[in-house]
Write a protein of this length. Sequence first.
Length: 255
Amino acid sequence: MKKHPFRILFAVLALLVLGTSAFAEDVKSATIVLDPWPPYSVGETNKAPTGGYFIDVCKEAFSRMGVEADIMLYPWKRCLKNMETGDSDVLLGVTKTAEREKFMTYTDPVVVDRVVFFYVKEKHPNGFSWANYGDLKEITIGTTAGYNYGEAFNAGVKEQGIKLDEGESETKNFEKLMAGRIDLFVCYEISGKYWVNANDAMKGKIDVAENPVLAEMPFYLAFSNKGKALPLVPKLNETLAAMKADGTTDKLLGK
C-alpha cells in the first residue's frame, strides 16, 4: 500500500494538538508565585497576597479557565529557583531573558512598564538629565537583586564600568537613595512611583528622570517547563486575549 507522507504528518500534528488540549483539561490547579511588589502584588513574604494588579488579572484568568490558583509571595530569587526546579508552576510579572527562557515558557505580554532612574530632587533641583551611558561613569546606581532592566542597560554598564550597588528590595534602595548612599536608583516606573507616594518621608522629595527612558519592558506570566501546569499556556493566551478584548485587563490594571 502506498504511503502518503502528508497524511501521516497531518495525523501526527492532530494528535499533538488533541493531546495538548486533553492535558490542559486535566490541570485543575496551579501553584503560582511572585514577590511582594506593590501595586502589582500586595502582601507579606511567605504569605498569600492581599491584592495587586497582577494578582487580580491572574485570579480572573484562572477562574475563567476553571483552574484553582494557589498564589504565594516569596523573595524574588526563591521564585526564580522554584520555577527552575518545578516546585512552582507559574511566575507572575516576569520579564524575558535568555537565561530564564531555558526553564520557563512565557505567555503573551500582560502589561508594559518603563524602566527609569529615580533621583532626589534636593540633589538635582533642575532635574537629572543624561545623554549616554558615558555620562553615568562617575555615579553610583542602585539596583534590586534579581531584577532585569534590559539588555541595553546591562551593556551600557559593562562598557562604561558603571558602579552598581545591589539592594535586596526596592524599599531598601529608596532608603539608600534618600540617605545619599546611591546617586540614582533604576526601577520600574509604576512600582517606583507607588513606593514614593506611599511613603510620607519620600513623597515630593524623589522624582523620575523622564528622558531618556532606559527601556520599555513587557511583563508576562511564565510557566515552569517542569511544572504540571505547562499545558495551560495556549488556553491561558486565549483567555488573556479575551480579557483584553472585553476591557477586563485594563480595568483590573487601573487604566
